[in-house]
Design a protein around this ligand. Structure first.
Ligand SMILES: [Zn+2]
Length: 342
């Protein structure tokens, strides 16, 4: 398998041909970079001629139909394998849910990005492909991060189901004891991320698990709207690609200045949870993420009970009524330039 990767430099094709599992293998590229295949969609590169200063996880395809970040990561892997990108840092690439990439769907049995931080082992829910995959991905991330005590970074790359008033935005995991870093926000901002949403509670997302378990600087990064393979305009991700190349190929963290006038900070004020099967939003499926409402405007209803905007400027992100009862149907956020950063 690894020989095929080294010859053809297409890890995505190899992954999709072996979507459930692949035997571990390793090799060295031209004496300078070790490449380790850990499983289907899981690949680790370690530079051998330098002591890396950070361990970086770049995950994509946690939802199989979110193809732009998968293509971006496959290009980065191709550049490393073909020696056009020489690493100074250790990096793990993850294509999260290969069977769903083959199916062109968000998931097979359930949303993989609700199964991390141990939720995959919930004894009250029957196991399935996503639960097994979440358990394995958590174990791989642990093995990757715990190998050394370096700065840990995890960018979990997605695209959103609907359009957004901010084309690219990031979700910053809840970490009450430590403000998020201006350095990280400036880096993502230089990569084209326009808005940052500070989460208000623990979750079971991939980025939250890396943040809380390994103190990684971890983010869920939304890079535009879902499109099928071949229909992505990757020029829109040129800045992201460029910043990731610098991150991987230089010893120092990319030097960028935090510019508060170039981004918007949002605070999550509440989650709207679906309590009954008839939960429905009062706006169209085309409503972009971050659309603002006036206080008292009707947002949704269930069982004849109205759910209204609690304050002026309250905006809705990730609305999705087609989820199981008990799950989050949307996040409500407000812009808040006074969020503390370090
Ligand atoms: Zn996603």
């Amino acid at each position: 398998m690894l020989q095929q990767l080294l010859q053809q430099a297409n890890f995505l094709a190899l992954t999709l041909a072996n979507p459930v599992s692949m035997a571990a293998e390793q090799a060295v590229i031209a004496g300078h970079t070790r490449v380790e295949l850990w499983d289907s969609g899981v690949l680790v590169f370690t530079p051998l001629h330098t002591e890396a200063t950070r361990d970086i996880v770049l995950s994509s395809g946690i939802h199989g139909n979110e193809t732009a970040p998968i293509e971006l990561c496959n290009q980065l892997i191709q550049a490393i394998v073909s020696q056009n990108l020489l690493l100074q840092q250790r990096v793990m690439f993850i294509f999260g849910n290969p069977p769903t990439i083959n199916n062109h769907t968000r998931f097979v049995s359930e949303n993989l990005n609700r199964l991390f931080n141990g939720e995959h082992a919930n004894p009250h829910v029957a196991s399935n492909g996503e639960r097994l995959r979440a358990a394995r991905l958590e174990a791989y991330v642990e093995r990757f991060f715990m190998a050394a005590d370096r700065q840990r970074l995890h960018y979990d790359l997605h695209t959103a189901i609907r359009a957004s008033r901010h084309e690219r935005f990031a979700v910053c995991p809840y970490r009450p004891d430590k403000p998020h870093l201006k350095q990280q926000l400036a880096f993502l901002n230089a990569a084209g991320v326009e808005a940052f949403l500070m989460h208000h509670e623990p979750t079971t997302t991939f980025s939250y698990a890396s943040s809380t378990k390994y103190q990684a600087e971890a983010f869920t990064v939304e890079l535009g709207k879902v499109m099928p393979f071949g229909q992505n305009d990757l020029t829109k991700l040129a800045a992201m690609r460029q910043m990731l190349v610098v991150l991987l190929s230089e010893r120092e963290f990319p030097r960028v200045t935090y510019q508060p006038d170039k981004l918007v900070l949002y605070r999550v004020c509440r989650s709207l949870n679906k309590h009954y099967a008839d939960f429905a939003f009062n706006f169209s499926n085309e409503l972009p993420n971050f659309t603002q409402f006036a206080k008292g405007e009707l947002l949704a209803q269930e069982q004849g009970i109205a759910i209204t905007a609690a304050q002026d400027g309250e905006a809705i992100v990730f609305p999705n009524a087609q989820i199981p009862v008990g799950q989050r149907a949307a996040l409500c956020v407000v812009a808040d330039p006074a969020i503390p950063l370090a």
